[in-house]
Write a protein that binds this ligand. Structure first.
Ligand code: HPA
Length: 270
């Protein structure tokens, strides 16, 4: 039996009664949102063969099944990044397991740097599209035609329909919501000021080291994907302060309250 099928069987056994169709991936410093779930059941990635085990502070590596507003939802707390590995098989195992569990929609959140003076730390940017400058693609290698096509269409990689729903909710809750292009670099260095200038010239609005591999894998296997960049800092060269991961975690806290309100309503509307 293949790993995602095996993992899904194991997870189903541990989470009887839960049947979520929405999974929400929580990025750096955003994991606390999962604390608001009721009846929750946690499964550590480390307990599942073939799953990605994060190595970065602020990333636990857990699936948390629970209920919010009477809806079943799955939070993915913590993620592995492209800079932690050369092997995307564990990323694929995780996403394919979601699919095997009956998940239809994936919403990702990612700590990111802002490329705009008027989008300060604490802002939320709905991702309208991405530019993959990571120098990798998780679908490199032989294609499994049973999973998805060799040449997947990426015209609606960040679901237009879902974005409209999120924008409506933000409007109702009076939460300022930006929308723009996520410019993905592999890291692990933060960018140089010259790289940030390039990102802006090429059409990026926020810069980050995640979101894109998951997005590609999930689109390839037929999930609907949407997500937001959580602005934790101005990008390199835009502020005097030195960039650090502590900075990212502190910046995420600024956005956490609004993001939490937004996602709760999104879950309720799902
Ligand atoms: N650059 C890349 N990734 C990030 C940043 C940044 O400025 N902030 C948080 N994640």
């Amino acid at each position: 039996m293949n790993i995602p099928q095996q993992a899904a069987d194991y997870i189903r056994q541990k989470t009887k009664g839960f049947n979520p169709q929405l999974a929400i991936m929580l990025g750096s410093g955003l994991g606390a949102m999962a604390d608001d779930l009721t009846d929750s059941i946690e499964i550590s990635y480390a307990d599942i063969d073939g799953f990605p085990v994060p190595t970065v502070a602020g990333h636990d590596g857990k699936m948390i099944f629970g209920r919010m507003d009477g809806r079943d939802v799955l939070f993915l707390k913590g993620r592995v990044h492209a800079y932690e590995t050369h092997d995307f098989t564990p990323f694929k195992n995780l996403i394919y397991t979601l699919k095997a569990l009956g998940i239809e929609r994936l919403f990702t959140t990612s700590a990111s740097g802002s490329l705009h003076e008027d989008m300060p730390p604490g802002s939320i940017m709905l991702i309208s599209d991405h530019i993959n400058m990571m120098g990798i693609n998780p679908l490199l290698g032989p294609n499994d035609d049973d999973v998805g096509p060799r040449f997947p269409d990426m015209g609606d990689a960040w679901s237009h329909k879902t974005r409209e729903i999120v924008k409506d909710i933000a409007g109702q809750l009076d939460i300022p919501l930006h929308e723009g292009v996520y410019f993905a670099l592999r890291g692990p260095c933060f960018e140089t000021p010259a790289e940030i200038k390039m990102a802006r010239m090429l059409g990026g609005d926020a810069v980050g080291m995640s979101a894109v591999p998951e997005n590609i894998i999930a689109n390839h296997c037929g999930l609907t994907v949407a997500g937001c960049a959580v602005i934790t800092n101005f990008a390199a060269g835009m502020q005097a302060e030195t960039l650090s991961h502590d900075h990212t975690l502190a910046g995420a806290k600024l956005a956490a309250e609004n993001l939490s309100r937004l996602l709760k309503e999104f879950i309720a509307a799902d």
